[in-house]
Design a protein around this ligand. Structure first.
Ligand code: NAD
Ligand code: UDP
Length: 364
Protein backbone atom coordinates (compact mmCIF):
# COMPACT_ATOMS: atom_id res chain seq x y z
CA UNK A 1 0.00 0.00 0.00
CA UNK A 2 0.96 3.58 -0.57
CA UNK A 3 2.88 4.97 2.41
CA UNK A 4 0.98 7.64 4.30
CA UNK A 5 4.15 9.72 4.37
CA UNK A 6 3.80 10.77 0.70
CA UNK A 7 5.19 14.21 0.15
CA UNK A 8 2.69 17.04 0.20
CA UNK A 9 3.31 20.58 -1.00
CA UNK A 10 1.35 23.80 -0.76
CA UNK A 11 -0.05 23.05 -4.23
CA UNK A 12 -1.54 19.80 -3.09
CA UNK A 13 -2.91 21.55 -0.02
CA UNK A 14 -4.69 24.10 -2.21
CA UNK A 15 -6.03 21.40 -4.47
CA UNK A 16 -7.26 19.38 -1.50
CA UNK A 17 -9.16 22.44 -0.24
CA UNK A 18 -10.56 23.00 -3.71
CA UNK A 19 -11.86 19.51 -4.15
CA UNK A 20 -13.31 19.33 -0.67
CA UNK A 21 -15.15 22.57 -1.43
CA UNK A 22 -16.35 21.29 -4.79
CA UNK A 23 -17.69 18.11 -3.24
CA UNK A 24 -19.76 19.99 -0.69
CA UNK A 25 -22.23 20.96 -3.39
CA UNK A 26 -25.10 21.55 -0.96
CA UNK A 27 -23.16 24.37 0.75
CA UNK A 28 -23.62 26.40 -2.40
CA UNK A 29 -27.18 25.48 -3.20
CA UNK A 30 -28.53 28.94 -2.28
CA UNK A 31 -26.03 30.87 -4.42
CA UNK A 32 -26.95 32.41 -7.76
CA UNK A 33 -25.73 30.53 -10.80
CA UNK A 34 -23.25 33.22 -11.94
CA UNK A 35 -21.56 33.14 -8.54
CA UNK A 36 -21.33 29.35 -8.56
CA UNK A 37 -19.79 29.40 -12.01
CA UNK A 38 -17.24 32.03 -10.91
CA UNK A 39 -16.30 29.93 -7.88
CA UNK A 40 -15.90 26.87 -10.09
CA UNK A 41 -13.84 28.79 -12.67
CA UNK A 42 -11.59 30.23 -9.96
CA UNK A 43 -11.06 26.87 -8.31
CA UNK A 44 -10.29 25.31 -11.68
CA UNK A 45 -7.42 27.78 -12.00
CA UNK A 46 -6.03 26.41 -8.75
CA UNK A 47 -6.59 22.82 -9.78
CA UNK A 48 -3.53 20.65 -9.39
CA UNK A 49 -5.22 17.27 -9.25
CA UNK A 50 -3.93 14.00 -7.89
CA UNK A 51 -4.63 11.00 -10.04
CA UNK A 52 -4.42 7.25 -9.68
CA UNK A 53 -3.73 5.39 -12.94
CA UNK A 54 -4.32 1.67 -12.53
CA UNK A 55 -2.71 -0.26 -15.39
CA UNK A 56 -0.40 2.74 -15.79
CA UNK A 57 2.66 0.74 -16.87
CA UNK A 58 0.81 -0.71 -19.85
CA UNK A 59 0.71 0.60 -23.39
CA UNK A 60 -2.11 3.15 -23.04
CA UNK A 61 -1.54 3.78 -19.32
CA UNK A 62 2.06 4.88 -19.81
CA UNK A 63 0.98 7.47 -22.40
CA UNK A 64 -1.72 8.67 -20.02
CA UNK A 65 0.67 9.06 -17.05
CA UNK A 66 2.95 11.17 -19.24
CA UNK A 67 0.11 13.34 -20.46
CA UNK A 68 -1.18 13.98 -16.92
CA UNK A 69 2.29 14.94 -15.73
CA UNK A 70 2.74 17.25 -18.71
CA UNK A 71 -0.60 18.88 -17.83
CA UNK A 72 0.77 19.81 -14.39
CA UNK A 73 -0.82 17.17 -12.15
CA UNK A 74 0.55 17.40 -8.64
CA UNK A 75 0.72 13.68 -8.19
CA UNK A 76 0.29 10.77 -10.57
CA UNK A 77 0.24 7.41 -8.82
CA UNK A 78 0.73 4.49 -11.15
CA UNK A 79 -0.41 1.06 -9.97
CA UNK A 80 0.23 -2.04 -12.04
CA UNK A 81 0.81 -5.75 -11.46
CA UNK A 82 3.16 -5.85 -14.49
CA UNK A 83 1.24 -8.73 -16.05
CA UNK A 84 1.44 -7.20 -19.52
CA UNK A 85 2.85 -3.81 -18.57
CA UNK A 86 6.53 -3.04 -18.18
CA UNK A 87 8.54 -0.79 -15.88
CA UNK A 88 10.45 0.28 -19.01
CA UNK A 89 7.27 2.06 -20.17
CA UNK A 90 7.46 4.47 -17.23
CA UNK A 91 11.19 4.29 -16.43
CA UNK A 92 11.81 7.90 -17.46
CA UNK A 93 9.01 9.11 -15.15
CA UNK A 94 10.39 7.46 -12.01
CA UNK A 95 12.69 10.39 -11.27
CA UNK A 96 9.82 12.89 -11.21
CA UNK A 97 8.78 14.11 -7.73
CA UNK A 98 5.18 14.07 -9.04
CA UNK A 99 5.18 10.41 -10.08
CA UNK A 100 5.19 7.21 -8.07
CA UNK A 101 4.87 3.56 -9.06
CA UNK A 102 3.44 0.71 -6.99
CA UNK A 103 3.38 -2.92 -8.02
CA UNK A 104 -0.01 -4.24 -6.96
CA UNK A 105 -2.76 -6.48 -8.29
CA UNK A 106 -6.08 -4.63 -8.23
CA UNK A 107 -7.98 -7.88 -7.72
CA UNK A 108 -6.97 -7.12 -4.12
CA UNK A 109 -8.03 -3.90 -2.39
CA UNK A 110 -5.63 -0.99 -2.38
CA UNK A 111 -6.06 1.57 0.40
CA UNK A 112 -4.95 5.12 -0.37
CA UNK A 113 -4.26 7.70 2.28
CA UNK A 114 -4.84 11.39 1.63
CA UNK A 115 -6.74 13.13 -1.10
CA UNK A 116 -7.41 11.64 -4.52
CA UNK A 117 -9.31 13.43 -7.24
CA UNK A 118 -9.26 11.19 -10.28
CA UNK A 119 -9.04 7.45 -10.82
CA UNK A 120 -8.35 5.90 -14.22
CA UNK A 121 -9.11 2.17 -14.38
CA UNK A 122 -7.08 0.80 -17.28
CA UNK A 123 -6.06 -2.47 -15.66
CA UNK A 124 -6.69 -5.52 -17.85
CA UNK A 125 -4.69 -7.17 -20.59
CA UNK A 126 -6.20 -5.95 -23.88
CA UNK A 127 -4.70 -8.53 -26.24
CA UNK A 128 -6.79 -11.70 -26.78
CA UNK A 129 -3.59 -13.79 -26.51
CA UNK A 130 -2.77 -12.23 -23.14
CA UNK A 131 -6.23 -12.08 -21.55
CA UNK A 132 -6.92 -15.73 -22.45
CA UNK A 133 -3.78 -16.94 -20.61
CA UNK A 134 -5.48 -16.53 -17.24
CA UNK A 135 -9.19 -16.03 -17.95
CA UNK A 136 -10.45 -16.12 -14.37
CA UNK A 137 -7.94 -13.50 -13.36
CA UNK A 138 -8.96 -11.37 -16.36
CA UNK A 139 -12.57 -11.53 -15.26
CA UNK A 140 -11.65 -10.70 -11.66
CA UNK A 141 -9.56 -7.74 -12.80
CA UNK A 142 -12.57 -6.16 -14.49
CA UNK A 143 -15.19 -7.06 -11.88
CA UNK A 144 -13.38 -7.18 -8.50
CA UNK A 145 -10.92 -4.52 -9.66
CA UNK A 146 -13.82 -2.23 -10.54
CA UNK A 147 -15.53 -2.80 -7.20
CA UNK A 148 -12.33 -1.94 -5.34
CA UNK A 149 -11.73 1.20 -7.38
CA UNK A 150 -15.36 2.32 -7.26
CA UNK A 151 -15.31 1.95 -3.46
CA UNK A 152 -12.16 4.06 -3.41
CA UNK A 153 -13.83 6.69 -5.62
CA UNK A 154 -16.85 6.69 -3.29
CA UNK A 155 -14.64 7.13 -0.22
CA UNK A 156 -12.55 9.94 -1.75
CA UNK A 157 -15.27 11.69 -3.75
CA UNK A 158 -13.06 11.14 -6.79
CA UNK A 159 -14.11 11.07 -10.42
CA UNK A 160 -13.45 7.64 -11.94
CA UNK A 161 -13.05 6.54 -15.56
CA UNK A 162 -13.36 2.99 -16.86
CA UNK A 163 -11.73 1.88 -20.10
CA UNK A 164 -14.33 -0.43 -21.59
CA UNK A 165 -14.07 -1.82 -25.07
CA UNK A 166 -15.69 -2.29 -28.46
CA UNK A 167 -15.72 -5.99 -27.45
CA UNK A 168 -18.95 -5.26 -25.54
CA UNK A 169 -20.55 -5.34 -29.03
CA UNK A 170 -19.11 -8.83 -29.66
CA UNK A 171 -19.52 -10.06 -33.23
CA UNK A 172 -21.67 -7.05 -34.11
CA UNK A 173 -24.65 -7.51 -36.41
CA UNK A 174 -24.76 -3.78 -37.21
CA UNK A 175 -22.09 -1.51 -38.62
CA UNK A 176 -20.96 1.00 -37.59
CA UNK A 177 -21.62 0.30 -33.91
CA UNK A 178 -23.16 3.08 -31.83
CA UNK A 179 -23.65 3.11 -28.08
CA UNK A 180 -27.32 2.12 -28.21
CA UNK A 181 -26.47 -1.26 -29.77
CA UNK A 182 -26.55 -3.97 -27.08
CA UNK A 183 -24.17 -6.30 -28.84
CA UNK A 184 -23.89 -9.91 -29.84
CA UNK A 185 -21.60 -11.46 -27.24
CA UNK A 186 -20.96 -15.12 -26.49
CA UNK A 187 -21.08 -15.47 -22.68
CA UNK A 188 -19.54 -18.97 -22.80
CA UNK A 189 -16.40 -18.88 -24.90
CA UNK A 190 -12.72 -17.96 -24.99
CA UNK A 191 -13.34 -14.21 -25.30
CA UNK A 192 -16.06 -14.15 -22.62
CA UNK A 193 -13.67 -13.49 -19.70
CA UNK A 194 -12.77 -10.19 -21.33
CA UNK A 195 -16.07 -9.24 -22.96
CA UNK A 196 -18.33 -10.18 -20.06
CA UNK A 197 -15.86 -8.82 -17.50
CA UNK A 198 -15.99 -5.45 -19.25
CA UNK A 199 -19.78 -5.60 -19.59
CA UNK A 200 -20.08 -6.46 -15.87
CA UNK A 201 -17.79 -3.57 -15.00
CA UNK A 202 -19.95 -1.19 -17.04
CA UNK A 203 -22.93 -2.39 -14.98
CA UNK A 204 -21.03 -1.66 -11.77
CA UNK A 205 -20.13 1.82 -12.97
CA UNK A 206 -23.77 2.40 -13.85
CA UNK A 207 -24.97 1.21 -10.44
CA UNK A 208 -22.36 3.01 -8.32
CA UNK A 209 -23.39 6.19 -10.07
CA UNK A 210 -27.13 5.56 -9.59
CA UNK A 211 -26.98 4.21 -6.04
CA UNK A 212 -24.13 6.23 -4.50
CA UNK A 213 -23.75 9.18 -6.86
CA UNK A 214 -20.17 8.26 -7.75
CA UNK A 215 -18.92 10.53 -10.54
CA UNK A 216 -18.28 7.91 -13.22
CA UNK A 217 -17.10 7.97 -16.83
CA UNK A 218 -17.00 5.07 -19.31
CA UNK A 219 -15.30 4.96 -22.69
CA UNK A 220 -15.54 2.07 -25.14
CA UNK A 221 -12.18 1.95 -26.85
CA UNK A 222 -11.83 0.54 -30.37
CA UNK A 223 -8.54 -1.05 -31.51
CA UNK A 224 -5.73 1.30 -30.56
CA UNK A 225 -2.05 0.98 -31.43
CA UNK A 226 1.18 2.94 -31.17
CA UNK A 227 4.61 3.13 -29.58
CA UNK A 228 5.17 1.33 -26.26
CA UNK A 229 3.07 -1.67 -27.22
CA UNK A 230 4.96 -4.78 -26.25
CA UNK A 231 6.58 -6.78 -29.07
CA UNK A 232 5.08 -9.89 -27.40
CA UNK A 233 1.60 -8.37 -27.03
CA UNK A 234 -0.03 -10.49 -29.74
CA UNK A 235 -2.40 -7.90 -31.23
CA UNK A 236 -2.45 -7.58 -34.98
CA UNK A 237 -0.68 -4.24 -35.54
CA UNK A 238 2.29 -5.02 -33.31
CA UNK A 239 2.46 -8.61 -34.58
CA UNK A 240 2.55 -7.58 -38.25
CA UNK A 241 5.13 -4.83 -37.70
CA UNK A 242 7.43 -7.00 -35.58
CA UNK A 243 7.12 -9.93 -38.02
CA UNK A 244 7.82 -7.65 -41.00
CA UNK A 245 10.87 -6.07 -39.35
CA UNK A 246 12.27 -9.46 -38.34
CA UNK A 247 11.68 -10.89 -41.82
CA UNK A 248 9.28 -13.50 -40.42
CA UNK A 249 6.00 -14.47 -42.15
CA UNK A 250 3.00 -12.29 -41.30
CA UNK A 251 0.33 -14.46 -39.65
CA UNK A 252 -3.15 -13.72 -40.98
CA UNK A 253 -6.00 -15.39 -39.10
CA UNK A 254 -8.81 -16.80 -41.24
CA UNK A 255 -9.05 -15.43 -44.78
CA UNK A 256 -8.13 -11.89 -43.65
CA UNK A 257 -11.41 -10.32 -44.82
CA UNK A 258 -12.44 -9.45 -41.25
CA UNK A 259 -12.17 -5.71 -40.57
CA UNK A 260 -11.04 -3.46 -37.76
CA UNK A 261 -10.77 0.32 -37.38
CA UNK A 262 -7.44 1.35 -35.90
CA UNK A 263 -6.92 4.41 -33.74
CA UNK A 264 -3.55 5.96 -32.95
CA UNK A 265 -2.81 6.24 -29.24
CA UNK A 266 -2.49 10.06 -29.05
CA UNK A 267 -6.09 10.41 -30.27
CA UNK A 268 -7.24 8.09 -27.50
CA UNK A 269 -5.30 10.00 -24.83
CA UNK A 270 -6.87 13.27 -25.94
CA UNK A 271 -10.30 11.67 -25.66
CA UNK A 272 -9.56 10.29 -22.17
CA UNK A 273 -8.49 13.71 -20.93
CA UNK A 274 -11.61 15.34 -22.36
CA UNK A 275 -13.87 12.64 -20.91
CA UNK A 276 -12.65 13.51 -17.40
CA UNK A 277 -13.70 17.14 -17.73
CA UNK A 278 -16.81 18.57 -16.07
CA UNK A 279 -20.19 18.05 -17.68
CA UNK A 280 -19.44 14.86 -19.60
CA UNK A 281 -22.25 12.30 -19.24
CA UNK A 282 -21.90 9.05 -17.30
CA UNK A 283 -23.03 6.85 -20.17
CA UNK A 284 -20.59 4.82 -22.33
CA UNK A 285 -18.91 6.76 -25.15
CA UNK A 286 -17.28 5.13 -28.19
CA UNK A 287 -13.70 6.25 -28.80
CA UNK A 288 -12.07 5.11 -32.01
CA UNK A 289 -11.14 5.95 -35.56
CA UNK A 290 -13.92 5.08 -38.04
CA UNK A 291 -11.45 4.34 -40.85
CA UNK A 292 -12.13 0.63 -41.49
CA UNK A 293 -9.64 -1.77 -43.10
CA UNK A 294 -9.45 -5.53 -43.62
CA UNK A 295 -6.68 -7.56 -41.97
CA UNK A 296 -5.43 -8.47 -45.48
CA UNK A 297 -5.08 -4.80 -46.41
CA UNK A 298 -3.38 -4.01 -43.13
CA UNK A 299 -0.78 -6.73 -43.83
CA UNK A 300 -0.10 -5.30 -47.29
CA UNK A 301 0.18 -1.79 -45.86
CA UNK A 302 2.71 -2.90 -43.22
CA UNK A 303 4.79 -4.83 -45.77
CA UNK A 304 4.86 -1.80 -48.04
CA UNK A 305 5.72 0.70 -45.30
CA UNK A 306 8.47 -1.42 -43.74
CA UNK A 307 9.90 -2.46 -47.13
CA UNK A 308 9.87 -6.01 -45.79
CA UNK A 309 10.04 -9.11 -48.00
CA UNK A 310 8.25 -11.27 -45.44
CA UNK A 311 5.74 -13.78 -46.77
CA UNK A 312 2.18 -14.21 -45.51
CA UNK A 313 0.87 -17.36 -43.83
CA UNK A 314 -2.78 -18.07 -43.07
CA UNK A 315 -3.72 -19.49 -39.66
CA UNK A 316 -7.12 -20.65 -38.38
CA UNK A 317 -9.53 -17.92 -37.32
CA UNK A 318 -9.81 -17.95 -33.50
CA UNK A 319 -13.20 -18.71 -31.93
CA UNK A 320 -15.66 -15.76 -31.84
CA UNK A 321 -13.32 -13.44 -33.73
CA UNK A 322 -15.61 -10.52 -34.77
CA UNK A 323 -16.11 -10.04 -38.54
CA UNK A 324 -16.58 -6.28 -38.64
CA UNK A 325 -15.74 -3.49 -36.29
CA UNK A 326 -16.18 0.22 -36.88
CA UNK A 327 -17.14 2.90 -34.36
CA UNK A 328 -19.87 5.46 -34.70
CA UNK A 329 -18.28 8.42 -32.89
CA UNK A 330 -21.14 10.90 -33.18
CA UNK A 331 -21.69 10.94 -29.41
CA UNK A 332 -17.99 11.53 -28.66
CA UNK A 333 -17.87 14.44 -31.08
CA UNK A 334 -20.89 16.07 -29.46
CA UNK A 335 -19.99 15.61 -25.76
CA UNK A 336 -16.19 15.91 -25.96
CA UNK A 337 -16.00 19.36 -27.51
CA UNK A 338 -15.78 18.23 -31.13
CA UNK A 339 -13.18 15.53 -30.44
CA UNK A 340 -12.29 13.41 -33.43
CA UNK A 341 -9.22 11.39 -34.36
CA UNK A 342 -6.60 13.41 -36.22
CA UNK A 343 -3.85 10.86 -36.87
CA UNK A 344 -4.36 8.83 -40.05
CA UNK A 345 -3.36 5.19 -40.39
CA UNK A 346 -0.23 5.83 -42.47
CA UNK A 347 1.08 8.44 -40.07
CA UNK A 348 0.32 6.30 -37.02
CA UNK A 349 1.84 3.19 -38.57
CA UNK A 350 5.02 5.03 -39.50
CA UNK A 351 5.45 6.26 -35.88
CA UNK A 352 4.84 2.73 -34.61
CA UNK A 353 7.19 1.15 -37.14
CA UNK A 354 9.93 3.62 -36.10
CA UNK A 355 9.37 2.64 -32.46
CA UNK A 356 9.63 -1.11 -33.11
CA UNK A 357 12.59 -0.66 -35.46
CA UNK A 358 14.47 1.09 -32.66
CA UNK A 359 13.43 -1.57 -30.13
CA UNK A 360 14.50 -4.47 -32.35
CA UNK A 361 17.81 -2.84 -33.36
CA UNK A 362 18.58 -2.21 -29.69
CA UNK A 363 17.96 -5.87 -28.87
CA UNK A 364 20.48 -7.22 -31.43
P1 NAD B 1 -2.00 -3.41 -21.83
O1 NAD B 1 -2.10 -4.88 -21.66
O2 NAD B 1 -0.76 -2.85 -22.44
O3 NAD B 1 -2.19 -2.65 -20.44
C1 NAD B 1 -2.94 -3.16 -19.38
C2 NAD B 1 -2.19 -2.88 -18.08
O4 NAD B 1 -2.96 -3.34 -16.97
C3 NAD B 1 -0.84 -3.61 -18.02
O5 NAD B 1 0.16 -2.74 -17.58
C4 NAD B 1 -1.09 -4.74 -17.02
O6 NAD B 1 0.09 -5.16 -16.39
C5 NAD B 1 -2.09 -4.07 -16.10
N1 NAD B 1 -2.93 -5.02 -15.36
C6 NAD B 1 -3.62 -6.09 -15.84
N2 NAD B 1 -4.29 -6.72 -14.85
C7 NAD B 1 -4.02 -6.02 -13.72
C8 NAD B 1 -4.40 -6.17 -12.36
N3 NAD B 1 -5.20 -7.17 -11.96
N4 NAD B 1 -3.92 -5.29 -11.44
C9 NAD B 1 -3.11 -4.28 -11.82
N5 NAD B 1 -2.70 -4.08 -13.09
C10 NAD B 1 -3.16 -4.94 -14.03
O7 NAD B 1 -3.28 -2.93 -22.65
P2 NAD B 1 -3.68 -1.49 -23.20
O8 NAD B 1 -3.83 -1.59 -24.65
O9 NAD B 1 -2.79 -0.46 -22.61
O10 NAD B 1 -5.14 -1.35 -22.59
C11 NAD B 1 -5.41 -0.51 -21.47
C12 NAD B 1 -6.90 -0.63 -21.14
O11 NAD B 1 -7.69 -0.18 -22.25
C13 NAD B 1 -7.34 -2.07 -20.84
O12 NAD B 1 -8.27 -2.06 -19.79
C14 NAD B 1 -8.03 -2.50 -22.11
O13 NAD B 1 -9.04 -3.46 -21.89
C15 NAD B 1 -8.62 -1.19 -22.62
N6 NAD B 1 -8.79 -1.24 -24.07
C16 NAD B 1 -7.71 -1.13 -24.88
C17 NAD B 1 -7.87 -1.24 -26.25
C18 NAD B 1 -6.70 -1.12 -27.20
O14 NAD B 1 -6.89 -1.36 -28.39
N7 NAD B 1 -5.52 -0.75 -26.77
C19 NAD B 1 -9.14 -1.48 -26.79
C20 NAD B 1 -10.21 -1.61 -25.92
C21 NAD B 1 -10.03 -1.47 -24.55
N1 UDP C 1 -5.01 -11.19 -36.20
C1 UDP C 1 -4.30 -11.73 -37.26
N2 UDP C 1 -2.98 -12.02 -37.05
C2 UDP C 1 -2.35 -11.80 -35.87
C3 UDP C 1 -3.09 -11.24 -34.80
C4 UDP C 1 -4.43 -10.95 -35.00
O1 UDP C 1 -4.83 -11.94 -38.36
O2 UDP C 1 -1.14 -12.11 -35.76
C5 UDP C 1 -6.42 -10.86 -36.43
C6 UDP C 1 -7.37 -11.31 -35.35
O3 UDP C 1 -7.77 -12.65 -35.54
C7 UDP C 1 -8.51 -10.31 -35.54
C8 UDP C 1 -7.80 -9.03 -35.94
O4 UDP C 1 -6.52 -9.44 -36.47
O5 UDP C 1 -9.36 -10.71 -36.57
C9 UDP C 1 -7.56 -8.07 -34.79
O6 UDP C 1 -6.96 -8.82 -33.75
P1 UDP C 1 -6.40 -8.19 -32.41
O7 UDP C 1 -5.88 -9.32 -31.59
O8 UDP C 1 -5.47 -7.09 -32.71
O9 UDP C 1 -7.64 -7.51 -31.67
P2 UDP C 1 -9.19 -7.88 -31.55
O10 UDP C 1 -9.88 -6.79 -32.30
O11 UDP C 1 -9.49 -9.21 -32.15
O12 UDP C 1 -9.44 -7.86 -30.10
Amino acid sequence: PRPSTMKRSWRSFISMQRFQVMRRGSMFSGLPCWMLLSIMAASRLLAVPMALVVGGAGFVGSHLCRRLLQSGYEEVICVDNLQTGRIANVADLLGSPHFSFFEHDIVNEWPVSGALHEIYHLACPASPVQYQKSPIHTFKTSVLGSIHLLELAKEKGARILFTSTSEVYGDAQVSPQNESYWGNVNPFGVRSCYDEGKRGAETLFHDYHEEYGVDTRIIRIFNTYGPRMSAEDGRVVSNFIVQALRGEPLTIHGDGTQTRSFQYVSDLIEAIVRTMQDGVPHCPINIGNPYEISVNDLAERVLHMTGSRSSIVYKPLPQDDPCRRRPDITLAASVLGGWKPVVGLDEGLSQTIAYFRHLINKAV
